[in-house]
Design a binder for this molecule. Sequence first.
Ligand SMILES: Cc1ncc(COP(=O)(O)O)c(C=O)c1O
Length: 327
Amino acid sequence: MNRFALGILPTPLVRADRLRAAVGCGPLWVKRDDLLGFAVAGNKVRALEHLLGDARARGRDVLVTGGGPDSNFVAAAAQAARVAGLDCELVVWGDPHGTTNLALATAAGARIHPLGSDDRGRVDGEVARLGAELEREGRRPLAVPRGGATPVGALGFACAAAEVVAQWTEAQAPTVVIPVGSGGSVAGLLAGLAGTGWRVLGASVSRPPDEITAAVLALAGATAALLDSPPPCREQLTIVDARGPGFGVASPADRAAADLVLRTEGLLLDDTYGAKAAAVAIEHVAHAGPDPTLLWSTGGLVSALSHVSELRGYRPEVRSHSPEGAP
Ligand SMILES: Cc1ncc(COP(=O)(O)O)c(C=O)c1O
């Protein structure tokens, strides 16, 4: 396993007792991957540590990957590639103008290749094509699909599984609630939790549960094979549909869940991933009785902050404190 260290690990595992009191449930914990300590990327740093470790071990000099204009992964990939001594080329679907994540990627020195289409399904093919083109030009590229969802990338979350198991102090194994996009993080987690009795509840934000579950199980199997560990256990995993009104758009329940987490624990969640996972966690604990639950906070701070600044109808409440008689 070739890891290029970027994050500050382990991330804290904290009790969420105020949130627990507010929702009335069993022990509730939060794994703070929003505090991963490299750039503002959150969970994706774990995958990038292994992808870039592998790239360096294989003498690669340019990371080629891609995603959407708001992708946390592309910003993190650009920053991480530079720190690891590689160039970075990014294929981006949709409108590549005016997003903070792409500005960050560009500031870090990445080159953006607009796909010129909203069809995100075409990004991985274009990444492979661009990688082959760079190779013909004499470069040594590592082409990585959207989200870093490869068996090597998923090793990051297999290691995170060992990390959190070592931190866990309750007698009973928890259910881990985690957002699922490309599926790389949850696949690694599942591979790393094999044989532990922990359960994983994924909140799928972009694909129907059946489709993403099949992809996650295949990726978890390939990750376990890399680790020479037993195949992942299907029964440990449930993925529910958390797409709601659409990718990146929170439902009223998602927003209410995120607001509750902010007001009880001071934890800022984004609409795309964090709010949806929090809503799934709150729904889950309503039926979990005294069983412990662990919400994996994955970061996404760039979009969380832009949401805060865009809140529709927000008016600061201003109270006048002028002493009586003051002009
Ligand atoms: C903040 C955040 N949380 C969760 C995810 C989902 O992780 P994965 O794509 O590994 O399923 C992402 C993906 O980009 C993300 O940026």
